[in-house]
Design a protein around this ligand. Structure first.
Ligand SMILES: NC(=O)NC(NC(N)=O)C(=O)[O-]
Length: 342
């Protein structure tokens, strides 16, 4: 697997991404580009506009009076702005109607720009015009050391693309975090799972998504553990901080919820994670299936990482670690934001 594929998809709808404009969407809606599920297809489902596709599909272009063909484009607002490390242009199921070439650009615009304002933004090419195949996922590494808020997918001259995945590292806006009590584990604040024991059914980063899980697949689920020990995941927090309230949500895990959970914390500001000592944040605590549990914790020590142990296996829908950033955590977020400015 390519390295960037483990990073969150900053464009996916379940992380707040949306497709704000497109040159054309005659055959199939631009919004499908950021659907969270794998592209689906049912043959011979002809609607009023043609065959139905789970993707974005434009009309066949014809030369204008000057003989120019032009090209199609779609603009995606990233749900989580950040540094883009890789892009996947997936033409799944588009076999006779995929675009032969595509390129991708990115920009960073503060606030909430309208599609018209984005036209005048400063766009930087992050994937040069590249050849595409039909019914295939194309992965492109991106080397732009700056944060981005939007991407523009260009297809030449026209055709269908099932998904645009934009993997990267979240760079949260410190103005929305400093001085507040925030979820130090949330993906949207820059938290991430860096190690885990098992991700057989679904990835542990799922626990850190916004909102509630709508089903079991939207949380973290491990395989049935047949040997000794228990499953676990280590979360690198958004920045060093003090955890004050823990929320453990076993929603939708009914016959596969853990019997108990425990949390420990480590401070790696002056020591490597492998050598750090772990101290108790939440002692081993019984949990019930399919429900939200909240625990006030003593919150005395600054931590950079929290280890979640689930006993013995199962998974969680969500894990929230509400707390306050340490002063150097606030400084870290602010300098990262400034260093990665467009
Ligand atoms: N059979 C098709 O898929 N045709 C075409 N597309 C749709 N959606 O019908 C086309 O012309 O690109």
């Amino acid at each position: 697997m390519i390295a960037f594929a483990n990073l969150p998809d900053l464009a996916v709808r379940t992380l707040g991404g949306s497709v704000v404009a497109a040159s054309d969407e005659s055959f199939a809606a631009k919004e499908n580009l950021v659907n969270p599920w794998a592209p689906a297809f049912r043959p011979e489902t002809f609607g009023a506009k043609g065959q139905e596709y789970d993707g974005w599909e434009t009309a066949r272009r014809r030369p204008d009076a000057d003989g120019a063909l032009g090209h199609d484009w779609a603009v995606v607002r990233l749900g989580l702005p950040g540094v883009i490390r890789g892009v996947v242009v997936d033409t799944a199921w588009f076999k006779g109607n995929f675009p032969p070439y595509a390129s991708v650009e990115a920009c960073a615009v503060d606030g909430h720009p309208s599609p018209a304002e984005l036209v005048d933004a400063e766009w930087t090419e992050i994937v040069p015009r590249s050849t595409l195949k039909g019914d295939a996922a194309h992965s492109f590494d991106v080397g732009l050391e700056r944060r981005s808020t939007h991407v523009r997918l260009n297809v030449f001259p026209d055709g269908g693309v099932a998904r645009l995945r934009v993997h990267g590292e979240v760079v949260p806006d410190p103005r929305l975090l400093t001085g507040l009590t925030v979820d130090l584990a949330a993906l949207e604040n820059g938290g991430r799972v860096v190690e885990c024991s098992d991700m057989f059914y679904s990835a542990p980063d799922n626990m850190l998504f916004p909102g509630q899980a709508r089903n079991q697949a939207e949380g973290w689920e491990t395989a049935r553990r047949r040997g000794p020990g228990n499953d676990w995941a280590i979360i690198r927090l958004a920045a060093p901080g003090v955890v004050r309230l823990v929320e453990v949500d076993t929603g939708h895990l009914k016959f596969n919820a853990p019997a108990a959970v425990s949390l420990t914390g480590a401070d790696t500001r002056s020591i490597a994670l492998g050598a750090a000592a772990w101290h108790e944040v939440l002692p081993r605590t019984r949990v019930q299936p399919d429900g939200r549990h909240r625990f006030r914790v003593s919150g005395e020590r600054v931590v950079t990482h929290v280890r979640l142990d689930i006993h013995p296996d199962g998974g969680l829908a969500r894990l929230r670690l509400l707390g306050d950033l340490a002063p150097d955590g606030e400084r870290l977020l602010t300098s990262r934001w400034d260093d990665l400015a467009p």
